[in-house]
Design a protein around this ligand. Structure first.
Ligand code: SF4
Ligand code: SF4
Length: 406
C-alpha cells in the first residue's frame, strides 16, 4: 500500500443526515427485490434464475465471449466462494461466527501485546492470507445491516457472537472492523461485459472468502472474537472508506489508490484492540465530478451524471447519506440480460488502469476546475489510461504496485 499519511481527510468521510438515516436492511438489496419481482420468493439468489436462463442461451448460441468454455472458467473460479461462504450468509458454513478448529484451551486465553504490535501483526497475517490491501476501522454501527432476510443484527453485552432464533447477536465489545481488499485480474475485468469479467469477480469472491475465514480463525486462535464477513452483516464500502482503503466513486464503488475499483471487499469484525486507520482524500470526489466515463459506458444507465445527493434513486439505496446513487435494479436487470455480471464501470474507470499519482495526489488542495488530468480523462476515456512515468523532479508518489490482481 502507498503511504496514507499525506492523504488523511480533513473533512468527515461521510455526510449523513441523521434525521433521515436508517440502517440498511438486506431485504432492500437489489438482489432480493429483483428476485422477489421475478419469483415471488424472498432470497438473495433468486434473481439468478433469469440470468442463468440467458447464460444457457448464450452457450447454446455460442455467443463470442460467452461460450461454454468462458462460463466454465467462471464456474471454476466461483467454486471456493460457494464452498466457503456463498457470497456471505451470516454465520454460515466456514463463515461461522465462532471458532472452527481452535483447540478449546486457546479460545478464551488472550494473547497480550501492545496495540501497535497487534495491528502490525494482524495486517501482515491478512496479507499472507491473500489481502492486497488491509485497513482497520472503528466499527460504526450505522454500517451494520439492520437485519438479514429473517432477523435483525443487534449489539448486546455477550461474551461470544451468536445466532438466536430471532436475532444475530454481536457482542458490544466488537468495536473494530478489519477491512480487506483483494485485487481482481485487470485483463479479465477489461473484457466486460463478456463472461471473463465475471470470472475475475468470482475469483475475487473465492479469494476474499479464504482471506476472511483464515484471518478470523487466526484472531480466534489468539483468544479474541472474530466475525468473518463477505457481503453480509455490514456494508463493506463505508467500512473500507473508514479504514482508509479508498474513496467512494460516482459508480458507487470504492476507488483505491493502488487498484482503482478493481477490488472485492470483505471484513472481519473483532474485539481485538487494534489501532484504527484514518480515511483518505486523494481527490476522487473532485475527479468524478468531471469524469463521466462510467456513466457513458453503463449499459443500463444506472449511474448518475448529476451531483452527489441525499436523495435516493430507488428503494435499494439507503437514505440519509450523501453520495452518487445507483439504480441498482436497472444494473441487475442488465446482469440478467447479459447472462452474467457486468464490470463495465470498473473496466473504464481511469483508476483501474492506473497512472502515476503525480497529479491526483499532489493536487488535493487545487481549486481549479478542469485540471490537466481531468482533461486527459475526457480525451482518453474511450481509449484507456496507460501508466505514465514520473518524469519530473518532484518527490511525488508513484505507485510501484502491480495493478493486475491474480
Ligand atoms: S455493473 Fe454494469 S450495468 Fe451495473 S452500474 Fe456498472 S456498468 Fe452499469
Ligand atoms: S469512471 Fe470516472 S466518474 Fe466514474 S468512478 Fe471512475 S473516475 Fe469517477
Amino acid at each position: 500500500m502507498i503511504p496514507r499519511e499525506r492523504h488523511h481527510r480533513k473533512d468527515p468521510a461521510h455526510r449523513i443526515d441523521e434525521s433521515r438515516y436508517r440502517r440498511f436492511s438486506v431485504e432492500n438489496q437489489a438482489f432480493v427485490t429483483v428476485g422477489m419481482q421475478d419469483t415471488g420468493k424472498k432470497g438473495i439468489l433468486h434473481f439468478t434464475e433469469k440470468m442463468f436462463a440467458n447464460m444457457m442461451a448464450n452457450i447454446y448460441s455460442d455467443v463470442p465471449g460467452n461460450s461454454r468454455l468462458d462460463y466454465a472458467a467462471d464456474l471454476g473460479a466461483n467454486a471456493l466462494n460457494l464452498i466457503l461462504g456463498s457470497y456471505g450468509f451470516p454465520n454460515s458454513r466456514f463463515l461461522a461466527w465462532n471458532p472452527l478448529f481452535v483447540p478449546e484451551p486457546l479460545r478464551h486465553r488472550k494473547w497480550e501485546a501492545g496495540a501497535g504490535d497487534m495491528t502490525r501483526i494482524v495486517k501482515a497475517q491478512a496479507r499472507l492470507y491473500g489481502a492486497d490491501l488491509v485497513g482497520v476501522a472503528r466499527l460504526d454501527s450505522k454500517w451494520v445491516y439492520a437485519e438479514d432476510l429473517e432477523k435483525p443484527f443487534v449489539f448486546e453485552n455477550a461474551d461470544d457472537p451468536s445466532e438466536e432464533r430471532d436475532r444475530f447477536v454481536i457482542p458490544a465489545s466488537v468495536q473494530t472492523a478489519i477491512v480487506i481488499a483483494v485485487a481482481m485480474n485487470q485483463e479479465l475485468i477489461e473484457a466486460s461485459p463478456a463472461a471473463a469479467s465475471s470470472t475475475a469477480a468470482s475469483l475475487g469472491y473465492s479469494r476474499m472468502a479464504i482471506s476472511a475465514v483464515s484471518l478470523a480463525e487466526f484472531i480466534r486462535s489468539l483468544g479474541y472474537t472474530a466475525i468473518p464477513c463477505m457481503n453480509d452483516t455490514a456494508l463493506s464500502i463505508p467500512l473500507a472508506i473508514d479504514a482508509g482503503l479508498g474513496e467512494l466513486g460516482r459508480h458507487g464503488l470504492l476507488i483505491t489508490p493502488e487498484f482503482g475499483s478493481n477490488v472485492r471487499l470483505c471484513k472481519v469484525l473483532t474485539n481485538m484492540p487494534l489501532l484504527a486507520d484514518s480515511p483518505v482524500d486523494f481527490g476522487i470526489a473532485r475527479f468524478c465530478r468531471n469524469c463521466l466515463a462510467c456513466v457513458d459506458h453503463c449499459p443500463s444507465k444506472s449511474i448518475s451524471a448529476g451531483e452527489p445527493s441525499f436523495e435516493v434513486a430507488c428503494a435499494n439505496n439507503n437514505p440519509g447519506v450523501e453520495k452518487w446513487t445507483i439504480d441498482a435494479e436497472a444494473c441487475l436487470r442488465f446482469w440478467q440480460e447479459n447472462g452474467h455480471s457486468c464490470a463495465n464501470c470498473i473496466a473504464v474507470c481511469p483508476f483501474t488502469a492506473g497512472f502515476d499519482f503525480t497529479h491526483c495526489l499532489e493536487c488535493v488542495d487545487c481549486d481549479s476546475e478542469g485540471c490537466g488530468l481531468q482533461e486527459i480523462s475526457y480525451l482518453r476515456k474511450k481509449h484507456g489510461y496507460p501508466t505514465r512515468s514520473n518524469d519530473d523532479d518532484s518527490d511525488a508518489l508513484v505507485s510501484p504496485l502491480s495493478r493486475r490482481g491474480l
